[in-house]
Ligand binder design. Sequence first.
Ligand code: GSH
Length: 201
Amino acid sequence: MKLYYATGACSLGPHIIIREAGLDAELDKVTFGAERTTESGKDFYTINPQGAVPVLETGDGETLTEAQVLLQYLASLAPAKNLMPTEGFAKWRALATLNFIATELHKGTSPLFRKPNDEARDAAHKLLQNRWGLFAQKLGDKDYVVGEFSVADAYAFTVLRWARQFKVDLSALPTLEAYFQRVQARPAVQQALTEEGLPTS
Ligand SMILES: N[C@@H](CCC(=O)N[C@@H](CS)C(=O)NCC(=O)O)C(=O)O
């Protein structure tokens, strides 16, 4: 199995889950530029014509894209680790949370990566303050967003790193800071951050 990733990108979520699940996976780093090449010397567009990470080669000839699908696939490989609820309404709640992270938080942050003008930047910050407020409501006073640690936390942590990086003012949502520190302290998260050369605190 091989994960194509870019440093600190949304691929960090699947990377964390590979470590949480103790799966045997190779990492291949993609460098974004006019051309997109992998550390192993491939033209990344031949792996994913969209040019986007994450991509997972499953090891049996299949290739998967879409972060929230990779997360679910990886969780399914290690059922004993309970990284994704699979029974009852908890499953549907977890799927809704993953989709919220993907479409509201992840894609809500994307404009900030594109050097926006002030108006676009302010609009993105305002939207994210609202959406992170909704996430904080889902989290409530729990340690993790669907109860036990799950793939949703790996994804939310990855995107919350970006909100901090872009200095989105989330000071009105103190539970998010505690949540970020809680997820970051997990040994598998520390390992993934270290492997990507990112700060661990
Ligand atoms: N729909 C994809 C989007 C993935 C995505 O946005 N990847 C970003 C990094 S977080 C990327 O590779 N951007 C480079 C590009 O699209 O050119 C998913 O949900 O996995």
